[in-house]
Design a protein around this ligand. Structure first.
Ligand code: IPD
Length: 263
């Protein structure tokens, strides 16, 4: 049985260590391991995940890591696992845009599925650390946070994620077209983890993405829920892939009917 409070301390420590490495390298040239039209994988992604894995293992030697940069084969059958995105917003980071984060969640088995119990998202460039333990209030740098209470779409700021596959890009383009004249502002910032935490602390009213991976959203999703919001997500085909609408709990129906553009 893992104590959530201890897991949170370990996750925050690991996130801050990786964040320090990101901060040190933001303006430096970075080695690219792999690149395609809409994605980049950096050598630093791998280094950060190794650092996080070592740091988590010091506190929890038997909990495997399911991460963007490698999945421990024990992670699917385990009773508990870490879900890690070492650098969420890699393209931003690669281009020197200081909007990227470390995302670490602890999940525990719940029948055939997993439930997220602890979440940490750390933005090393603004030194902002969001944390949550299921059943307790979400926090930003130790202070309790809450989602917005906005009910009107025409006053809402909505963040969209533009992912990597052609299929999800097409869906996001439809969302963009449908929503652009119906909301106050759309924002496309490039880090799913931060978009979720921005919903949690009331900077955004909602975040929509058509195809995102578990490591991008596990920690942020719990943080949204613990901040009083709704983390609606649906599993898609493909490895740990999801569609999601995270929101303040008041806007999803209006967002779901977005296929009918305003006249
Ligand atoms: C990506 C970012 C981006 C989102 C993509 C993610 P990565 O994660 O979160 O905002 O639109 O779906 O894959 O690759 O930078 O860790």
């Amino acid at each position: 049985m893992i104590r959530s409070a201890k897991a949170l301390v370990a996750a925050e420590e690991a996130a801050r260590a990786a964040g320090a490495l990101m901060r040190a390298h933001l303006r430096r040239p970075k080695r690219v391991n792999e690149a395609n039209q809409h994605d980049i994988k950096l050598e630093l992604d791998v280094r950060c995940q190794k650092l996080i894995t070592r740091s988590l293992a010091a506190a929890f030697p038997n909990v495997p890591v399911l991460g963007e940069e490698g999945i421990d084969e024990k992670a699917e059958a385990a009773e508990a696992r870490w879900v890690v995105d070492p650098i969420d917003g890699t393209v931003n980071f690669a281009y020197g845009i200081p909007h990227a984060a470390v995302s670490i969640a602890l999940q525990v088995r719940d029948g055939a599925k997993f439930r997220t119990e602890v979440g940490v998202v750390y933005d090393p460039f603004l030194d902002e650390c969001w944390t949550a333990i299921r059943g307790k209030p979400a926090r930003l740098n130790g202070r309790k946070i809450h989602v917005t209470t906005r009910t009107r779409l025409d006053e809402a700021v909505i963040s969209l994620g533009f992912a990597k596959s052609n299929e999800s890009l097409r869906a996001s383009k439809t969302d963009f077209t449908d929503l652009t004249h119906r909301v106050r502002k759309l924002r496309i910032m490039g880090s799913a983890a931060l978009a979720l935490t921005y919903v949690a602390c009331g900077r955004f009213d909602a975040y929509i993405e058509a195809g995102v991976r578990l490591w991008d959203i596990a920690a942020g999703g719990l943080i949204v829920e613990c901040a009083g919001g709704e983390f609606w997500h649906r599993q898609l085909d493909g490895l740990h892939r999801y569609a999601l609408v995270a929101n303040n709990g008041l806007l999803r129906k209006k967002l779901a009917s977005r296929k009918k553009p305003a006249s």
